[in-house]
Design a protein around this ligand. Structure first.
Ligand code: GLN
Length: 549
């Protein structure tokens, strides 16, 4: 895969992706898939997401509302679509790849308070739209293609300033330098057995009211769009028939979408319209990756222990990391999302006994933490492969302190309660003690970590220094290092100065690894992530030994 390079010509072409009719049609996956195809044709590509909500970042939003918070290397807390972009484009994006209306307004209002507008009336047009435009053009000249996904659905009040900016950029650039893609829905009415184009017509009409003419329509549909329907949509929506592209529901994986787009020549249409050469493209590697997802030779069941069980998107990157590492191991990873609030010592065997691996996931707060601690204990005692991520690693440490080191009142300061005396094996860092605000105040983004060469972590990464992303306040309390070591813990990864514990491993166990960081955020399609790959390898091994398959 070609890594991002400077734009060959020093010029950038803009591709806007908007959505219509209804939300959740897959704008993020569509943007990522098109980005991948262009990259595969040898171009440098970046993707930006503009979200219409007023939160300054999604960091303070509940994972139950908005799904997981994705974190970039430079510490931006972002929408989960950025995760899709990184998984498909296979390189790390930055703060400038994600913008919310809240950030835009915050910037404009802060300037207004400072008097930077010299007494002018500050308005949505031009002040907000200028700020949006500045952000949309921040990568100008750095990439061959800048894809800009506008969140929400066309017609929403919140999206208006973003669409107005899109219109202005269309107006300012030549028609060979900008392209508008609109993702829409063509429902199939079972009663009359026909496809309905009216919602698409209305959605395009709304887009045109903003002064934006779509060049390409991506039509999500359950059934095939025949030539006649495509002609009809083309005619009513003012789009070339060949640019009315059917996007059938991917059979069973989102990773099929680039293959679908390729088959329907989306990349060719885009390149022709933008007057760029159709370089060769080789999809073999991706095709093999998808084949193994669709027809794996093996299967394992892994328990994901967490409390955000109502909404799978809360653990989006973990699910995706399992798909990647499953494909690499030629195995389907069946993930069972288990509510830690329902785990008690009485039901552990019933709820966890059949699993080939246990992953205790990230999280915040008191609720459900005892169930996570019990799950770590069960994995340790039954020698089931265990992977603890962030809070999951902290829970494994609390469990080990309580049940192996004999510190019965071990806990994390996150669960401190007045009147209860605890020993905080997980504690607040000095620098975090006086922080009162909730947004953007955690240890966020990429930090280096050095590995012990005699460890499971090293066996996975095959490198002495790695970089992983963080999003947490609490850390392992170094006062307990000696007693943990004496009792069989290997601190296999630490910050380069040795002061922060980043990885813990259990010596007497086939695969027990807890990490303070979030490896799932760096798992990519095709190549996966070393720790997830080896965790799945260990679950396959466990299954082989215990079930004889
Ligand atoms: N709540 C824990 C902390 O802040 C862990 C956070 C997480 O799992 N991302 O340290």
């Amino acid at each position: 895969m070609k890594s991002p390079t400077q734009s060959a010509t020093g010029k950038s072409k803009y591709i806007f992706i908007t959505g219509g009719v209804l939300s959740s049609l897959g704008k993020g996956i569509s943007s990522a898939s098109l980005g991948y195809l262009l990259q595969k044709r040898g171009y440098s590509v970046t993707i930006q997401k503009f979200d219409p909500y007023l939160n300054v970042d999604p960091g303070t939003m509940s994972p139950l509302q908005h799904g997981e918070v994705f974190v970039t290397d430079d510490g931006a807390e972002t929408d989960l679509d950025l995760g899709h972009y990184e998984r498909f484009l296979a390189y790390s994006l930055h703060k400038n790849n994600t913008h919310s209306a809240g950030q835009v307004y915050f910037e404009v209002i802060t300037k207004e308070r400072k008097g930077s507008y010299l007494g002018k009336t500050v308005q949505v047009v031009p002040h907000i739209t200028n700020e949006i435009k500045r952000r949309m053009r921040i990568y100008e000249g750095q990439y061959d293609f800048i894809l800009i996904e506008i969140g929400g659905t066309v017609g929403d009040i919140e999206s208006m300033p973003f669409l107005e900016t899109q219109r202005q950029i269309n107006y300012e650039l030549s028609s060979q330098d900008v392209l508008n893609i609109h993702l829409t829905y063509v429902p199939y009415l079972h009663s009359s057995q026909e496809l309905k184009t009216k919602p698409t017509q209305h959605s395009v009409r709304t887009l045109m009211e903003y002064g934006i003419r779509p060049d390409v329509l991506l039509c999500r549909t359950e059934v095939k769009l025949n030539k006649e329907i495509r002609q009809k949509i083309g005619l009513f929506c003012n789009v070339n028939e060949e640019a009315v592209i059917e996007v059938a529901d991917a059979e069973n994986t989102i990773y099929e979408v680039p293959l679908l787009f390729k088959k329907n020549a989306l990349d060719e249409i885009v390149l022709r319209k933008l007057n760029m050469p159709l370089n060769d493209i080789d999809m073999d590697e991706w095709q093999r990756f998808v084949n193994r997802i669709k027809k794996p030779a093996n299967e394992v069941t892994v328990g994901l222990i967490g409390k955000y069980t109502k909404y799978e998107d809360s653990y989006k990157s973990i699910y995706e990391a399992f798909i990647h590492s499953g494909s690499i191991n030629n195995a389907k990873v069946k993930v069972e999302l288990i509510n830690s609030e329902e785990l008690t010592s009485e039901c552990l065997a019933e709820k966890l006994g059949h699993l080939h691996g246990i992953l205790v996931g990230p999280g915040f707060g008191n609720r459900g933490i005892e169930g996570k601690i019990l799950a770590a204990q069960y994995a340790r005692e039954k020698k089931i492969p265990f992977f603890g991520i962030c809070l999951g690693m902290q829970c494994a440490c609390i469990e080990f302190a309580r049940n192996v080191c004999g510190i019965a009142n071990a806990h994390t300061r996150e669960c401190e309660e007045e009147g209860i005396v605890n020993e905080f094996v997980i504690d607040l860092m000095e620098t975090q003690r006086d922080i009162k605000e909730k947004g953007g105040t955690m240890r966020l983004g990429a930090y280096p970590c050095k590995l012990d060469s005699n460890s499971l972590a090293y066996a996975a990464y095959k490198s002495e220094e790695i970089s992983e992303r963080h999003r947490h306040r609490y850390e392992f309390n170094n006062d307990y290092i000696d007693i943990f070591k004496e009792n069989g813990i290997n601190f296999s990864g630490t910050s380069p100065n040795g002061k922060l514990v980043e990885i813990v491993e259990l010596k007497e166990h086939p695969w027990f690894v807890g990490v303070q960081f979030h490896p799932e955020l760096k798992s990519r399609a095709v190549t996966g992530h070393p720790l997830f790959i080896n965790f799945i390898k260990a679950t396959l091994q466990y299954r082989k030994v215990y079930e004889n398959v």
